[in-house]
Design a protein around this ligand. Sequence first.
Ligand code: C2O
Ligand code: CU
Length: 545
Amino acid sequence: ASVRRHAFVVKEAPYTRLCSTKNILTVNGQFPGPTLYARKGDTIIVDVHNKGNRNITIHWHGVKQPRNPWSDGPEYITQCPIQPGAKFSQKIILSTEEGTLWWHAHSEWDRATVYGALVVYPKKGTHYPFSKPHAEFPLILGEWWKEDIEKLYTESLKFGGDPNISDALTINGQPGDLYPCSKPDTFKLMVEHGKTYLLRLINSGIQDILFFSIANHSLTIVGSDASYTKPFVTNYIAISPGQTIDFLLTADQDPDHHYYMGAKVYAAAPNPFDNTTTTALLHYGNFTPSNCPPFSPYLPPYNDTNSSVSFTGRLRSLADDSHSAVDVPLNITDSLFFTLSINTFPCHQNDSCQGPNGSRLAASVNNVSFVTPTVKNILQAYYYHANGVFGDRFPDFPETVFDFTAADLPLYLETPKSGTEVKVLEYNSTVEIVFQGTNLVAGDYHPMHLHGYSFYVVGWGFGNFDKDKDPLNYNLVDPPLQNTIAVPINGWTTVRFKAGNPGVWFMHCHLDRHMSWGMTMAFIVKNGKSPDDQILPPPPDMPPC
Ligand code: C2O
Ligand code: CU
């Protein structure tokens, strides 16, 4: 295993999209940011220099960071932000991950422009569980706002309403030629007829699950969230924010044509959404495409919940001992039930709030709307035994059990508590979480993401979880191993993991509006007995608060 070192200079740079130019926050002036490459088991050191004018943190999404929560990145959870002019060297310890991950800012909504791919190759002398592709490329799906991102964030919090929708979706930072002034901003993928390519699809978007597809070509899914899956063939992908999907593409179509690959939003709730389609071009290099317009891909209708959940439900672990042996926890020591709700709070004085009946929107897990500390961070408070930063009374079960997904729920249920409460887990406990979506203010899907771990997704369904019947259908044989899973609208999802990584680990909905409204919580996983089962000491240059 080797150690690789990179510099990330966070700074503003002007970018032009949709006929107008604005300054965006970037890494090294690049948008999307640089792709990091490593092999399984390597360590990457990234020297993050903040040359911008605002506080920032960087998170390595899906990297477990064994015993090293210090470099994980979520602001005020595991570190204080890197202030303008300051620097922090983050250590990214790769362990079991192999495939595609990514990195992004984890401060306010900066990740709207501060993100990039992280590609983890097999160890030297080991191979993909499929034939070596001719070439491979990351494809990062994202969103573009004409509005300033910080403004978008502060307005949404201040007025407590849904944020403005994006003005374009993007593939590798480019909207594609269906948008005004976007012809030059179209990502082009050149392929050779007869060859097979590995494409590493990432949804970096902050707002939406996306449907993705390539005209006339079928896609063979081989991995998700840096874990291999049983290969299957599909004509479209549904990918949630935070998730990655690896697929093989064989260039086996008429080389005289060119083809669009495209992505658009899956929208579950009756909110306004960005109804545009982003495209990139696939063409066959040795041929000049005819003058005909490119073929268009099939994408499911925006409200096609079935297409969204059925794609996700097809993912299965490869369960091949040489690549990914399955070790689903069978005897559960901590059985958790977490409700995920959209709620309302009374309006701040003097603000005209945009939530229902003049309220501001909130969100919660088990009816606690998480309050992010602002002066100290949870990891340091835990490590140095400082009081007053967080409580350890995250409630085990919702206080009020009700018909979670019913259409007309009583108003009094809407207001959550607020607090900074963590759930403490013993080292190596075996944990099951049932995520139950509710239909309080409105039902919606929730891409739930856990830091420090991957979990097995053992079951899901619509409606209320039935604790007697549903577990009988759990997949304990080859469930997919993921770090982000979209809990279906008005439905539930069960995940399992073994808490063998001590630290403070954030868990949250990967829709940034829900995250900022409080649909987050954190686990503290205690140290084990042996010195090798304990949190590593903090690096000397942890950013001060
Ligand atoms: Cu991809 Cu906590 O984030
Ligand atoms: Cu959510």
